[in-house]
Design a protein around this ligand. Structure first.
Ligand code: KG4
Ligand code: ZN
Length: 338
């Protein structure tokens, strides 16, 4: 019998809920973004995020059920992002999901946010099956994950400092482009020359970890030096060259991971996976090597409830259900028990 899962996401600045059938078919996907208010401050303000989630969550969940044309009694389980993320923001989703599960007598399924991002690929490509290598690059995370099975993951590389999206957001702020910076740099870079400046690309010998603080500092120093000398900056060239360095690091490490595990399928996930240059370069490099490449449409790359419902489906059918003492886990690592 088919299973309908309600997925709830509130780990950062999107209040989202969705109903997904059997981990693959999206029946509704409601996202209430707080971007407009955080833009005023140049980044996410945690306290404001929590308050906005509280205001939005009832309406978002109701709309998701309504759009899916179902009621609580049609659901098999409620899945919720339990971590990682901003603690106050997570608590809104977790508390709401717990109350709803209790009142409707439904199983409660905690989901790791990164596992959700990876599962967005199953929604976009219903025929996709593990194993594969997944690059998860967002505002809060940069991971290379070996997805051995639906619920079995090995982290092959992670960022040692900033996440890729965080680096995009910081450079966008220096270039006065506004928040969130990723899409703005992506657009501006199209008008620039990515080879006009060489910003450093850091690789580590011992593993596939990332570091973006070097490239970020190099761009900041360049911009400040030019400003001090009163010289005009070609912002499109800076954006394109910065992007070339970041995308280069992401692509090279992901391809190395596939080689190391002898895997011929690569997926991408997270907000940065909608970057046009990253998609193009990854397409070129995978094609050369006979590797198949998958990534979700932009609306499923950034935070959403459907990816949580999809991951929650696999957790649920494997029997992973939580008691009602579930708590938010702001720093939980992928693979740790929720
Ligand atoms: O996955 P997401 O919604 O939130 C987190 O889990 O962090 O990702 C948001 C991040 C932001 O840092 C945003 O600047 C970045 O993804 N982003 C992009 C693009 N679209 C969103 N970065 C580069 N290019 C894009 N087109
Ligand atoms: Zn995310």
């Amino acid at each position: 019998m088919s299973k309908l899962i309600l997925g709830i996401e509130s780990s950062c600045d999107e209040t989202a809920a969705s109903v997904v059938q059997d981990g693959k078919e999206i029946l509704s996907n409601v996202i209430s973004s707080q971007i407009d208010i955080h833009t005023l401050y140049g980044g996410v303000v945690p306290e404001i995020a929590s308050r906005k989630h509280t205001e939005a969550i009832s309406h978002v969940v109701n709309s998701a059920l309504k759009e899916a044309n179902c009621t609580l009694s049609d659901l098999s389980a409620i899945a919720v992002t339990a971590g990682p993320g901003l603690v106050g923001a997570l608590l809104v989703g977790v508390s709401f999901a717990k109350s709803l599960a209790y009142s409707a007598n439904l199983p409660l399924v905690p989901v790791h946010h990164i596992e959700g991002h990876i599962a967005a690929n199953y929604l976009a490509h219903p025929d996709l099956k593990p194993p594969f290598i997944c690059l998860v690059a967002s505002g809060g995370h940069s991971h290379i994950v070996y997805a051995k099975d639906y619920l079995e993951f090995e982290i092959m590389g992670r960022t040692r400092d900033d996440a890729a999206g965080e680096a995009y957001d910081k450079i966008a702020r220096i270039l006065h482009l506004g928040y969130p910076g990723g899409p703005k740099i992506d657009k501006l870079a199209k008008e620039g020359n990515g080879n006009s400046m060489q910003f450093p690309k850091v690789h580590f010998k011992e593993n596939l970890d990332f570091s973006f603080s070097g490239v970020k500092t190099a761009v900041m120093n360049y911009v400040h030096n030019m400003e001090q000398k009163g010289e005009k900056i070609n912002e499109a060239d800076v954006a394109a060259s910065f992007q070339e360095a970041v995308v280069g690091i992401l692509v090279e490490n992901t391809i190395s991971a596939a080689k190391e595990k002898n895997i011929t399928t690569i997926c991408m996930a997270g907000g940065v996976a909608s970057n046009s240059r990253l998609r193009k370069k990854m397409e070129q490099e995978t094609k050369k090597r006979g590797i198949s490449l998958y990534y979700p449409q932009p609306i499923l790359c950034t935070d959403n409830g459907a990816m949580i419902a999809a991951a929650g489906y696999y957790e649920f059918i494997s029997g992973k259900v939580s008691a009602l003492d579930l708590n938010a886990r702001p720093t939980i690592k992928l693979g740790e028990k929720l």
